[in-house]
Design a binder for this molecule. Structure first.
Ligand code: X5A
Ligand code: ZN
Length: 687
């Protein structure tokens, strides 16, 4: 036996970096906070109790050099983080922290931030040089939310990005292609931004997204964020629709998204943004990866880059599951095969949907993703239980109650079309009794009282978010515009869902409504020289069938009938949001005064933040009563995709058609038959 071992080529040791000094970053008054010093202490205690450090090379922390940090952060940001610990800042620390998003600061913050970044650099260097086969940097504060000029989400410096740039800047290390796998439950927004245009770093993040409402919220974590310029195809987001994802879900993401790409990409080294807040029982994540799950994911990655793996701690807030998860990972790096467990569940139905969306988005860059996934595999899925659904009806973040696997429903569902629009998860909590209700056709906006409205059950809770009205809302509530509609919003009761919340017949989900529920000050019809067309094959609101768009450029041979509502710029912003993404609330306007100025000079503007939505393009159609007339449609790129056949063009669904016709007829634009002909003509004509 001894001789066998002797003949095996010696594998370099596994590195473990731990430094007590990183515990000095803490809340000033000892107030409890999930990102606490005990996180790394409990990891270290656990590893010691299992005799792990003796089997590894143990490294002390090392402070980062400004030069290395500067490859990622602005000088202003570096200065700020450096200055935080100085005495002159004693009185200002709390004030600075309060201006940042989810950040606390104390005397020890600077040193810890420098140690966290420098320690990741140190482990990266030793693994790249081959002195270590792999390594784990047990660092804090975490890093992946930190942007070039901004600390946020418990992160001061972006440790992993600094490590990656360090490797790329040292040609003698021979690292030309880096894979960063970010399995923290939150989207790695900072890391994504750092390498968005850079093909030398393939950034992969799997995270809770909840249709844009999970921290850090917004659309940066959407699957359509694939990178830009030379970096296109090298940014991969896998956005969960909800919590409760576990080993089976992560495993199929590895098998059907990450691993096929890694095979093609063939990285020289793999850096893992190793947050453990998707671990079972984590108080922030609401997911359920077990230690076995982590070891499985890691084992699959160890087959690449000659096993050169650097793990850097990010989140993870349940001290027990954090320590157990890290232990499983380090044992896996040590090639110990004693972590037992099995994949008991099927993946969620939504997991297969996300896989299809991501593969569709990236298949032109990674050809292996173009293969169809066998139906039999897709059929192996489960849905959320009623209890899990109810949880979402009552809250929009952390999952607290675990449902036992016995209560989960298994089903053989066929996945929905890959064109599925991003949607609020809340629709699943809609009151069943009200789904079939019909609105009378003799509606008048002023008799649409609250008893007639179909509201979201939690509407009163969700309105609390407006308790402190942002100043832009106050200002924009005094500015009127005309919102010109050409689709289902031509029917006033449907349009009013965007103002007052709720849904009308044919809609499969309710709208949130606007903060300002006041009715339009005027309604009028006008025609414009624009082309109406129908595209896409399925929408969340209307089911199978295309929906209406306007060609962004005008056309004098065409005539589109539009219903104009005089509303406020605030309401227009709330409508833009509901048309494009599920987040209910933002502190800044999507379409601000400078955008308004811009469209009045340049006719249109695609709102960058909404580019994953279907209607991100705001068109300026002129003025009436000296007020700007605005509408929203698809960007030119969607038109191109329709022309090339990449996007389907299908006529309106039955329910959608009914609403369009009701709008046109009640608006006295057409008789019923002429309205149908008008829509059918628009749907039949090719672009
Ligand atoms: C690193 C990390 C989470 C921030 C949550 C803020 N950050 N609500 O897990
Ligand atoms: Zn996290």
């Amino acid at each position: 036996m001894g001789s066998n071992e002797d003949r095996r080529p010696r594998r370099p040791p596994v590195g473990l970096l731990y430094d007590e000094r990183m515990c000095r970053h803490s809340t000033a008054d000892g107030e409890p906070h999930p990102e606490c010093p005990d996180r790394i202490r409990s990891i270290w205690e656990k590893l010691k109790s299992e005799g792990i450090p003796q089997r590894c090379v143990v490294l002390n922390g090392k402070e980062a050099e400004d030069e290395h940090i500067a490859s990622v952060h602005t000088n202003g940001h570096i200065k700020l983080i450096k200055a935080i610990s100085s005495e002159q800042f004693d009185s200002r620390r709390d004030k600075i922290a309060s201006k940042l998003d989810s950040i606390y600061l104390n005397k020890g913050s600077s040193e810890a931030a420098y140690l966290a970044a420098g320690s990741v650099v140190e482990v990266c260097k030793r693994v790249a040089e081959g002195e270590l086969s792999s390594g784990f940097a047990i660092v804090r504060p975490p890093g992946h939310h930190a942007e070039a000029d901004e600390a946020m989400g418990f992160c001061l410096f972006n440790n992993i990005a600094i490590g990656a740039n360090f490797l790329l800047d040292k040609p003698e290390l021979g690292i030309k292609k880096i894979l960063i796998v970010d399995w923290d439950v939150h989207h790695g927004n900072g890391t994504q931004k750092m390498f968005y245009k850079d093909p030398r770093v393939l950034f992969f993040s799997v995270h809770r997204f909840d249709f844009g409402s999970f921290y850090p919220a917004g659309l940066d974590g959407a699957y359509c964020m694939i990178g830009e310029g030379p970096g296109a195809g090298y940014n991969i987001n896998v956005p969960w629709e909800h919590g409760y994802c576990g080993d089976a879900d992560y495993n199929v993401i590895w098998d059907h998204v990450l691993i096929p790409i890694v095979k093609d990409y063939n990285p020289d080294i793999i850096l893992i943004s190793a947050g453990f807040d998707a671990a079972i029982n984590d108080p922030l994540g609401g997911c359920r990866i077990t230690p076995y799950g982590y070891s499985l994911l890691l084992t699959k990655l160890m087959q690449f880059a000659q096993g050169k793996i650097v793990m850097a701690l990010e989140g993870g807030y349940n001290l027990t599951s954090l320590a157990n998860s890290v232990l499983a990972c380090v044992k896996t790096l040590l090639e110990e095969k004693t972590i037992n467990g099995s994949l008991r569940d099927h993946p969620f139905e939504s997991t297969w949907r996300v896989i299809q969306q991501v593969r569709h988005e990236l298949k032109s860059f990674w050809p292996s993703l173009a293969l169809e996934i066998p139906q039999e595999l897709l059929a192996c899925s489960r849905t959320l239980t009623q209890a899990q659904l109810n949880y979402y009806a009552g809250s929009d973040s952390d999952v607290e109650n675990e449902e036992g696997p016995s209560s989960e429903v298994f089903s053989a569902n066929v996945v929905e079309g890959v064109e599925d629009m991003i949607q609020p998860f809340l629709f699943l909590s809609v009151d069943e009794d009200k789904l079939g209700e019909t609105k009378t056709s003799d509606h008048k906006s002023n008799n649409l009282d609250s008893s007639e409205r179909h509201t979201v059950p939690e509407a009163s809770d969700s309105r609390d978010i407006y308790k402190n009205i942002s100043s832009w809302r106050i200002a924009y509530s005094k500015i009127d515009i005309w919102y010109a509609t050409f689709g289902s919003n031509m029917w006033e009761p449907r349009f009013l869902c965007y103002i007052r919340g709720g849904q009308v017949e044919g809609m499969s989900q309710p709208c949130h409504g606007s903060r300002d529920e006041s009715l339009p000050k005027a309604v009028m019809w006008k025609t414009f020289p624009h082309r109406l067309f129908f595209a896409r094959s399925h929408s969340v609101t209307w089911g199978t069938g295309g929906v209406a768009f306007l060609l962004p450029e005008g056309n004098n041979n065409e005539k589109v009938h539009m219903c104009l509502y005089r509303i406020t710029l605030e309401q227009f912003n709330d409508i833009l949001l509901q048309e494009n993404v599920a987040v209910q609330h933002r502190d800044t306007p999507l379409f601000d005064l400078s955008s308004l100025q811009f469209v009045s000079e340049n006719k249109s503007k695609v709102l960058e933040e909404l580019k994953c939505g279907w209607y991100p393009n705001v068109l300026y159609l002129g003025k009436d009563d000296n007020l700007p007339i605005l509408t929203m449609t698809c960007p030119l790129s969607t038109v191109e995709e329709c022309k090339s056949g990449k996007l389907p063009m299908i006529g309106a669904s039955k329910e959608y058609m009914k609403v369009l016709v009701k709008g046109l007829v009640e608006g006295k634009q057409f008789t019923q038959d002429d309205a149908i002909a008008y829509i059918n003509q628009a749907a039949a004509k090719s672009l």
